[in-house]
Design a binder for this molecule. Structure first.
Ligand SMILES: Cc1cc2nc3c(=O)[nH]c(=O)nc-3n(C[C@H](O)[C@H](O)[C@H](O)COP(=O)(O)OP(=O)(O)OC[C@H]3O[C@@H](n4cnc5c(N)ncnc54)[C@H](O)[C@@H]3O)c2cc1C
Length: 486
């Protein structure tokens, strides 16, 4: 019987349980990637994600060929692809990792399960990154995660027997170019990280060998963090490397460390890895968070503001740190954690835009887009439970603290190249501002943020007198007026 290995966000050959289990059967395998329009088109996914997937598939194709087999690709909805396989080769068994993503992928998996069940075919799904289907308490998650991560890393098969092309319908092909017909929105990336299992391991090794030594200190530094952070995120998000492999190599590196500072850096990195999986468990428990706000109280004071969104999304707000961060993201597909939070906070708190459009726009730009991490972080920024927990940023202060000489700003906002350091984060105060080809600030950040704080305080002290609420509302209206007349 044929064993179909369904590749999704797990584009690798090592430590790949579905492939291992299929291989153990000693029967022909069909390793298959399906580009599904209902998952990719009209969602937050974009062409730069698909670009990364295509690069990963090219790499995977090479790996299969080395083992004497082939990788197959096609475009279509999963159930109809399974139908064409069934019609040409008869019964088969399906193997795949569970995908812990958005309601779209969850529903698709349910439909596939049903399709297989109705025909009496076996569908084996395997746990991915230590996350368990269904709600999980923190203690249970920790226990399961440790157990899962502690299991041995699976080697790649030493040779592979894949089905011959002539036994399959012509729509399922070994030619990766077939995927270039698949049309998705968004912007391609020219200077970002590229997909592939080899590159994933190179990136991890270069981090564990030398780049990690200033991991903690430079986490928020816009330029240095591009090198001192691990940059493993897109490889984890698209499964070019497994979480178990990353944790295992980090532990080995920790054991070889004799300097206590080096150990601290690696421990900080290691704790982020666990957080990665915890976030994916979180979306498994809260799938609706992709569409609904964690704290709807704030939604009432937010609105659609098309002009504001246009300026924010192109990096034309006149706030140098916001514009540099957005332009860097458009160009490279990556930002450090703090810059990501600052961009979102600016859109949803300072400019009071509805959270969903900015959040999905950012998801489309982050090459490492991982729904669980992304929406958990989004809600922690846009739906704070209290002022203390809120993440409200002042981009001028951020710039002065993390980019004091304006090196990051000058790199991505060349209009400000010749502005003196002392004005680089507030160019509108510079007396040569009107000779610059740059935008006036879209908002008075100080005032707008004071209002946000008042609004959050209001939420915290809900039952308080209406006088305070009225004052906040009036000041809000004043700011909106300023925004539109800027
Ligand atoms: C609004 C917002 C959206 C984000 N969206 C994503 C996303 O879609 N995909 C994504 O991988 N990260 C996301 N992050 C978290 C973080 O910014 C990135 O993981 C990090 O910048 C990736 O770079 P790195 O691999 O060099 O990270 P490192 O600092 O080297 O961390 C190593 C790994 O730990 C995990 N990690 C790091 N920070 C976090 C975190 N806060 N929560 C959970 N896991 C974490 C990631 O897998 C990361 O690759 C988001 C953060 C914010 C504020």
């Amino acid at each position: 019987m044929l064993h179909v290995v369904w590749y999704k966000r797990d584009l690798r050959i090592h430590d790949h349980r579905p492939l291992q289990e299929a291989w153990r059967e000693k029967e022909p395998i069909l390793p298959l990637y399906v580009a599904e329009p209902s998952i990719w088109q009209g969602s937050e996914l974009s062409i730069r994600h698909f670009q990364f997937v295509q690069e990963s598939l090219e790499d995977l194709k090479g790996a299969f060929e080395k083992l004497g087999g082939s990788l197959f690709v096609t475009i279509g909805e999963m159930e109809s692809v399974l139908h064409t396989i069934y019609e040409s080769v008869g019964p088969f068994t399906l193997h795949a990792h569970e995908e812990n993503g958005t309601p779209l992928t969850y529903e698709r998996d349910k439909r596939v399960r049903q399709w297989m069940k109705v025909r009496g075919l076996l569908f084996h799904e395997y746990q991915h990154c230590g996350v368990v289907r269904g709600e999980r308490s923190e203690e249970l998650f920790k226990k399961d995660w440790k157990e899962f991560i502690g299991m041995p890393v699976l080697n790649a098969p030493d040779s592979i027997w894949t089905i011959d092309q002539e036994n399959l319908p012509s729509t399922i092909s070994t030619n990766m170019d077939a995927l270039s017909r698949f049309k998705i929105g968004g912007s391609r990336i020219k200077y970002g990280q590229q997909g592939g299992e080899g590159l994933a391991h190179e990136t991890l090794e270069s981090f564990l060998d030398e780049r990690f030594t200033r991991y903690k200190e430079e986490l928020a530094n816009p330029l240095a963090s591009t090198n001192t952070c691990s940059r493993i995120s897109p490889y984890l998000a698209w499964g070019n490397i497994s979480m178990r492999q990353v944790v295992k190599r980090t532990k080995e590196a920790l054991e070889q460390c004799d300097r206590s500072d080096d150990r601290k850096q690696l421990k900080a990195f290691n704790s982020k890895l666990e957080e990665h999986c915890r976030s994916i468990q979180w979306i498994e428990d809260h799938p609706s968070s992709v569409y609904t706000s964690g704290n709807p109280t704030f939604d009432q004071s937010r609105e659609v503001w098309q002009e504001g969104f246009e300026r924010w999304s192109k990096g034309e707000t006149g706030l140098p740190m916001i514009d540099a961060a957005m332009r860097a993201l458009i160009k490279t597909g990556w930002l450090n954690n703090r810059l990501r939070a600052m961009l979102l906070s600016f859109a949803c708190h300072t400019l009071r835009m509805n959270w969903k459009e900015p959040a999905d726009y950012l998801a489309g730009l982050f090459v490492d887009y991982e729904p669980g991490i992304h929406y958990k972080q989004v809600h922690s920024v846009v739906s704070p439970e209290s002022i203390k927990r809120g993440r409200l940023y002042d981009p001028v202060k951020e710039g002065k603290k993390y980019d004091p000489e304006g090196r990051f700003v000058r790199q991505y906002v060349p209009e400000l190249k010749h502005v003196p350091d002392s004005y680089i984060h507030e160019p509108w105060k510079y007396d040569g501002f009107f000779h610059l080809e740059y935008y006036g600030p879209i908002v008075d950040v100080g005032r707008a943020n004071r209002n946000v704080k008042a609004r959050i305080a209001e939420v915290e002290n809900k039952g308080e007198g209406s006088e305070k609420k009225k004052a906040v509302k009036e000041e809000d209206e004043q700011i909106v007026f300023d925004l539109f007349t800027e």
